[in-house]
Structures are given as C-alpha cells and as structure tokens.
Ligand binder design. Structure first.
Ligand code: HAM
Length: 440
C-alpha cells in the first residue's frame, strides 16, 4: 500500500491558495489589534498538562486534549487554547510589565473534536487580551476590537450579533434567586451551555432531573424556564434588575451603542464553557441561517494570573478562530480575489537563462517579485503555465531585449502588450505589488 497523501484527520494542509487566504485573515487580524495598541507575542505549542487542569473547561481537559508523556516522563499537551499560556507569561513578569498591558497572538491550537463544519482538530485563533483594567472600559474595548475586526472584512451589522451575558449575574441567579447548590449550579451551567444544541424538551427534562423532589414541588422547574426565556433586561424579575451585574451589562450595551456597535444584545443563555470567566462574557454570532454559529468568544477572567501565585491582574480577552471566520466570509460572500504573491513571470526567448540574471537582479532590487520560467520549453507552453498560475504580467526576455534594454510586458488581465524601458517596466510591475499590499 502506498502512503496516504491525506493530512491527519481534522487538520489541514495549506496549499498556496489556502495559505494566501490565511495570510489575508491574519493581516486583517494584526492590523486591527495593532490599531488598538496591542503588541504581538508567541509561546511554545507544547505546555505542561497541569496548566489546563486547574481552571479551564472540563470538556477540553477530559475529552479534547492531545496529551502525552515526553521522554523525560513529563505530562505534556498540545495547547488547546492560549488563555492559560498568556496568563502564565504575564504572571512570570507580573512586576516588570507595564499596565494596561495589551497583548495579541495568532496561535495554532489543537482539540480532539469530532470534525464537522466550523470545528476541526486544529485551528488558528486570534487572541486579544487586555491586562490591568478593572472597569467596564476593558470589556468595551475588547468587544470593540472584535467588532472592528468584523467590519474590516466588510461585515455589516445585520450579518452578526454580539451576545453578552455576565457570570456574576448567572452566579447570583443560580445561587440566590433559584437557591441551587454548588453541584446543581455547575451542572445547570453546563446544560445551559448546550441549550441551543439539544431539543427544548430534552433540555427541560435534564434540568428537571437536577432538582431535588422538594424543589420540583415548589415549582422551581417553571421558574428556571421563565428565567431562561428572558429576552431582554426589562424581562428580568424586578428584584434582579437593580443588581450590580445587570447595571454593568446595561452600561456596557450603552457605551457599545455609542461606539457604533448597534448589534450587541443581552443573552441570558450565553454561558461560555470555561471555568475561568468571572464577569462579562460575550460571543460574536453569525446570523446567516446556513452558518448559525459562534465566530468569536471571550470575556473577563480576573482570577487566572493569580493562579500562578502572584497578585491578581484583572483581565479581559477574546479568541477568534480562522475556520469559523472563513465560513462566515464565504457564506456572506465577503472574500476578495487574492492575487498571487508574484508580480510577473519572465518568459525566456532562447537559451538566455544566464544572460538575463543581471537584469532580473536589478528588477528584484527595485522591489519587483519575479518568477523565471527556466523550463526550457517553447514560448507558448511557457505562456500557458504563466496564465494558469494567475500572475498578472509576463515579461519576455531574449538577447535582443537585453541588448536594447527594452522589455515586452504583457498584461494577462487586459491582454495588452507593450514595450518599455527598465524604469517604466519596474513602475508597472511594482505598482501591481503595491496594490496587493493595500489589499492585504
Ligand atoms: P473558545 O470559545 O473555545 O474560546 O474559542 C474561541 C473561538 O475559536 C471560537 O469562537 C471558534 O471561532 C474558534 N474555535 C474553537 N474551537 C475550535 C475548533 N475545534 N475548530 C475551529 N475553530 C474553533 C477560547 O478558546 C478562549 N480561550 C478565548 C479567550 C481569549 N477568552 C479570553 N481570552
């Protein structure tokens, strides 16, 4: 049996067309994060397993980590998310770092999931996190970065919605308002997290099973159903509406509205599956019926840095994955045509490969990106390959062109063929290059 040419299940090969798309996504991500003053960092893809044991998502640790023992007997895992890593890095230099600290990264992450649309076993995830701001200003900025990223791709408000909830509010509702114990609370949180993925009847029967007989008899099941049916803040029971967490959500929605984020809504059923969130949580959701899924997610996690034995640092951040973002852009037809990285292919007339080298070097030193067809084939075959490659220009070079310093430049887009001196040739080809830069 020959070896398989397929990549590992749920993971992707990136041929140049795929990589070009990814480069486009990443450049928008970098530009957006840097517009808000965030600096890029990175870290190893391997982390000790214990980093995730203390506080992440039970589902990720128990079912989704790629863990193994290294040759020195250490328990290692391919990182499933970046939040514990960035918290570790901040804790390591807690004293020296300058706050507010704004960090971003685009790591490759690994989770052992059942591959399906929008879910793979590896994905790249933009992480944007701000450290050292206690107030709602940080939550506002992080959501604004996520929204600006969406708009940088040409997304309009109607195409997505920003759902906002608060862990503080949920804790208060589950513990105090519904009077559930610890075990019931965490089970219900996990259940609500899956609420939109299972049939409604199944959800409520599972919720009912969490209750003690006395709670059932007192009508607690109905109270939970009413609460989860809440569509806006004004639907909340009056005694809840004045709770600090509700006022925070209200304030956040107002400042977002003022900053042009018109599609942010309160959603009591938004849980986010991680244990480390402490207050506001949010998700950016695609509204298209064919791609009805979460695109980005994040929130405030004030306790994670302190897990490393240092003073706590208030933190807010989010993660935006490349797979879901690509699905979104494809569904809404927002992907631009991306030209190849090469400005021109040089077609050789005759046996001039060595003779043309000085002129190619000059063109390249002027910033033109050139591929030379060194196959020795006849001109029509060379031209056919150039057309197939998607390059915009071809440049014909033979003995005559070199001795006269006149170059035949063919624009494959318009079919126009012109002869120019060196300077003009550079100007035409490099202009193509610069227009790519602007697009990227
Ligand atoms: P998360 O919700 O697990 O959050 O992931 C954030 C985003 O990463 C998702 O909305 C999705 O776009 C993408 N994503 C996650 N898993 C997969 C997968 N298996 N396949 C494709 N895409 C995926 C976190 O990871 C948090 N650590 C984010 C965060 C940063 N919170 C604060 N700072």
């Amino acid at each position: 049996m020959p070896l398989s040419t397929q990549p590992y299940k749920g993971a992707r090969d990136f041929y140049p067309d795929d990589k070009r798309l990814q480069k486009y996504l990443f450049s928008q991500m970098r530009d957006t994060a840097e517009k808000f003053g965030y600096s890029e960092y990175d870290a190893p893809i391997l982390e000790p397993l214990e980093l995730y044991l203390a506080k992440t998502s039970e589902e990720i640790v128990n079912e989704q980590t790629y863990s193994f023992t290294d040759r020195g007997g250490r328990n290692i895992t391919l990182r499933p998310e970046m939040t514990p890593t960035v918290s570790r890095m901040v804790a390591a230099r807690r004293q020296e770092l300058n706050y507010p600290l704004r960090l971003y990264s685009i790591p490759n992450l690994w989770r052992y999931e059942r591959p399906q649309r929008g879910r793979l076993r590896e994905h790249w995830q933009l992480n944007v996190d701000i450290f050292g701001v206690e107030g709602i200003e940080a939550d506002h900025e992080i959501i604004l970065v996520a929204d600006t990223l969406m708009k940088s791709f040409g997304a309009k408000s109607g195409m997505y919605v920003v759902r906002i909830n608060s862990r503080k509010l949920m804790n208060m509702l589950l513990h105090e308002y519904l009077d559930l114990d610890e075990t019931q609370t965490s089970a219900l949180i996990r259940l609500i997290d899956r609420m939109h993925k299972i049939p409604e009847a199944e959800f409520f029967s599972q919720a009912d099973m969490l209750l003690a007989p006395a709670q059932r008899e007192s009508g607690l099941g109905g109270k939970i159903a009413t609460l989860l049916g809440t569509k806006s803040i004004s639907d909340l029971p009056p005694e809840i509406r004045s709770h600090q967490s509700v006022l925070s959500i209200q304030h956040l929605l107002m400042v977002l509205q003022e900053s042009g984020v018109k599609n942010a809504v309160f959603d009591l059923t938004l849980m986010r599956g991680f244990d480390y969130y402490t207050d506001i949580v949010f998700e950016v959701f695609d509204t298209h019926e064919e791609n009805n899924r979460s695109l980005f997610g994040g929130g405030r996690y004030d306790g994670l840095v302190a897990q490393f034995g240092v003073e706590p640092v208030p933190t807010v951040g989010f993660g935006a994955g490349d797979v879901t973002l690509l699905n979104f852009l494809q569904t809404h037809q927002l992907l631009p045509e991306l030209p190849p990285e090469t400005d021109a292919t040089v077609l050789l007339i005759g046996d001039v490969y060595h003779t043309v080298q000085p002129i190619l070097a000059r063109l390249r030193s002027e910033g033109v990106r050139l591929a030379v067809d060194s196959s020795g084939r006849k001109l029509p075959a060379q031209l056919k390959s150039a057309v197939k490659s998607g390059v915009r220009y071809v440049l014909f070079l033979g003995e005559q062109e070199i001795s006269r310093e006149r170059f035949k430049v063919k624009d494959l887009l318009t079919g126009k063929e012109e002869e120019h001196g060196l300077e003009r040739t550079v100007a035409i080809l490099a202009a193509q290059h610069h227009s790519d830069d602007e697009l990227a």
